[in-house]
Design a protein around this ligand. Sequence first.
Ligand code: SF4
Length: 459
Amino acid sequence: MRTVYIKTYGCQMNEYDSSRLADLLRESHGLLRVPKPDGADVLLINSCSIREKASEKLFSDLGRLHEWKRLRPEVLIGVGGCVASQEGEDIQRRAPYVDLVFGPQTLHEVPALLHAAQRRQAAIDLRFLEIEKFDNLPMPRAEGPRAFLSIMEGCSKYCSFCVVPYTRGNEFSRPFDDVLAEAAVLAGQGVREITLLGQNVNAYQGRRHDGRMADLAELLEYLSCLEGIGRLRFTTSHPLAFGDRLIDAFAHLDKLVGHLHLPVQSGSNDVLERMKRGHTVEEYKAKIARLRLARRDISISTDFIVGFPGETADDFDATMALIDEMRFDLSYSFAYSARPGTPAAALADDVPADVKERRLARLQAVNLTHARHISEAMIGTVQRILIDREAPRGRGDLSGRTENNRVVNFPAAGRTGLVGRFAAVRILEARPNSLRGELLDLEEPSRLRIDYTVTERYS
Ligand code: SF4
């Protein structure tokens, strides 16, 4: 069988795109996705431009893939994703052995681009086609009990440091019914937990079959009634579009996990203004306070950028004070570096590299301490987990995830067929990257029945 290797960089949306691309190429070209480039007939890179020096990394990766093509000239090499969107035709100018180039919105054109490349014709398509991409992808193939589902793309917030609006375009949402249909297919394939994806997922506005627009709160309400689905997550959110309806969803939707990733980026209003985030620290804190009223034990993770242009010692102290006050769980943080083409790239990058490093180390140490304390506080509690695989280090243990996304490993005592079941486990021990527990009880799958009262309202 002919094979394709896809290297994916970046966020869960890119992972989702790569897996949908693999589904598409299996249908169109009979290509089987393989985990290594050795011997593959098609080599693709799904790039990401969020991290520093993204294009340099891309070209050094391409150099390595070129070695395979030197051995087998019939191999085709393609580049997709956000760096492809930014660099465009320059990719083939700098690396003429690249056969096809596609953007995040033209994944569905890859089969046609492959045909063109095989005939030695131009194979580049970087249009922003919005919803057309989803209309032309096959239904997904589930690879376990957890799955991603992309419900919107792009972003219209234009934070001054971020490339997403330029590489993925403005926000657009998939139609409501299409999302429900894809979720139903996933549920039918054994998926029990769905994570809804979007760069700015809480800005979702999907058109329903009756022409009315539905927001994320309504989508979650319908998805939570879907037979087989026992758990819902969504990421990534922006504080601005986080309205009361969505906050209330945490109060009344049992299947919506008590965990939320809500980036704040800085604890200083001056920095937030230069970042063009559109909200203040106080507004952010007010959202969290409302969320904690709706779901008392909700765990919040966030993102920080340290050393943004003009960040003073006082600004950084304000960030540390916010961390102490909010006690975030498992936060992600980076030292600032300019992304070409963004408004912030025109600002003087005036925080010295060693200061950025020191601040980042301090911030990460405190965040790790908070995350560890949260894990330790879970010892002795009973958690609902979705069992999703065998534990990596064997011994017949199984592994699952809690609502706050922690991995729990537990002995299965030789029991089989438990992957995909929800279970109650008691937490016995907190380790640096996982928890250890004991199995107490298994939920009956019949608990995941459809709620007809809501579907009747919808039909
Ligand atoms: S909201 Fe997120 S994706 Fe949108 S511009 Fe800001 S950082 Fe980028």
